[in-house]
Design a protein around this ligand. Structure first.
Ligand code: SF4
Length: 398
């Protein structure tokens, strides 16, 4: 038997892939031991230069106190030299996420199929329904490392949700690289019908989508989100820019007008987004249009990514906005986002909500707004709350 640790960097898909690795090694009879062990797996991210640097640091650290380290995930598949010259006990696994657990497990070796159950280490379970992306946005390296879009079967997804519920998870997040591309043609499922079916899994109390492109926010999906009681009133819809010319240069498949129109039936949802700041050609006026669009769409939390060129992409050679300008614009957008969050949180004073406690003294309400609750509120449980005040960290529960 080997002892192992698994760490992931990056998005919820990376988290789901790390979980698949963890479950495979546990099923083979190995023992997860956080902190140290014989084997470390670092599931990496390559979405920005910074993500690659952090992934490399994590692999180097793991190599110091583990006999063997496996570097997996998007960073490993990038094909650049990001993980070159690491110590000899580090192996880079370049493979599709579906094949990675098998390759790592084969190398670690099984001690017999004991079929143990690896409970997720988090309160909410991320269930992958789809992988890859066929959209080819000009700045994005993800299609290069994850390949074209493909879906799991609806049956496998629903079975995994039922399993997570049995393991004690109150919330499930449907996760994918381009979630709206999910299709199970044989069984006749779209994402909307999957949402309805997932919401009907006995015992599931809260269901969210990780992130969805605006192109997929159609009437069918909006109706499913509205009519499925377990669905949280939260949607994360990447914007990337509020300027039509920049959106075209990015190779995005929508205009600002489309973005606003498609979100309008969800005006009561807590809407969050991603924005790339300092994309080549973004001038002050274009950035101002982004600030304005974020405001007009009623978006609260903005995940701000200062642009960094990624190898192998259409814009790999372009980086025209000076770092200091990116930094200043990023700070302005984050400040605007914080103000929008505070405004939404203030609306909750005197109102009731239900919070899923995911850390001591912290949790998220039905619309994924953060709450500050008692330190002894039970971890992993849903607790009723009433808004008393607003703090910098979230809504203070009475
Ligand atoms: S939709 Fe665009 S940004 Fe998102 S993963 Fe696909 S190519 Fe990348």
């Amino acid at each position: 038997m080997a002892t192992f640790t698994v760490r992931f960097l990056g998005c919820k898909v990376s988290h789901a892939d790390a979980q698949a690795l963890r479950e495979r090694l546990t099923a083979d009879g190995h023992d997860e031991r956080p902190g140290s062990g014989d084997v470390a797996i670092v599931n990496t991210c390559c979405v920005t230069n910074e993500a690659v640097a952090k992934s490399r640091q994590a692999a180097a650290r793991a190599a110091r106190d583990h006999r063997r380290v496996y570097v997996t995930g998007c960073g490993a598949n990038l094909g650049a030299d990001a993980f070159a010259s690491l110590p000899d006990n580090v192996s880079i696994i370049r493979a599709a996420p579906e094949r990675t657990p098998e390759l790592v497990a084969r190398d670690v070796g099984a001690i017999g199929c004991v079929q143990a159950d690896a409970r997720l280490d988090r309160v909410r379970a991320f269930v992958k329904v789809q992988d890859g992306c066929s959209f080819s946005c000009n700045f994005c390296v993800i299609p290069l490392v994850r390949g074209r879009s493909r879906s799991r079967s609806a049956g496998a997804v629903l079975a995994e949700i039922a399993k997570r519920v049995r393991q004690g998870h109150r919330e499930v997040v449907l996760t994918g690289i381009n979630l709206g591309c999910f299709r199970d043609r044989e069984a006749g499922y779209t994402l909307a019908t999957l949402v309805r079916a997932a919401g009907g899994v006995t015992g599931l109390e809260r269901l969210r989508l990780s992130s969805i492109e605006i192109n997929h926010v159609n009437d069918e999906l909006v109706a499913a989100l509205r009519e499925t009681p377990a669905v949280s009133r939260h949607l994360h819809v990447p914007l990337q820019s509020g300027d039509d010319e920049i959106l075209r240069a990015m190779g995005r498949r929508y205009s600002t007008e489309t973005y606003l129109r498609r979100l309008s039936p969800l005006a009561d949802f807590n809407l969050t987004t991603d924005v790339i700041v300092g994309f080549p050609g973004e001038d002050e006026a274009a950035f101002e249009r982004t600030l304005e669009l974020v405001h007009r769409a009623g978006i609260t939390k903005v995940h701000v990514f200062p642009y960094s060129p990624r190898p192998g992409t259409a814009t790999a050679a372009a980086d025209t906005v000076p770092p200091a300008v990116k930094k200043a614009r990023s700070a302005r957008l984050r400040a605007a986002s914080h103000e929008a969050c505070l405004a939404r949180w203030r609306e909750k004073i005197g109102r009731d909500d239900v919070v899923l406690v995911d850390r001591p003294g912290r949790g998220y309400g039905d619309d994924y707004s953060p709450w500050v609750v008692d330190d002894d509120a039970p971890l992993g449980e849903l607790v009723p709350v009433r808004g008393a005040a607003v703090t910098e960290e979230g809504i203070l529960a009475a």
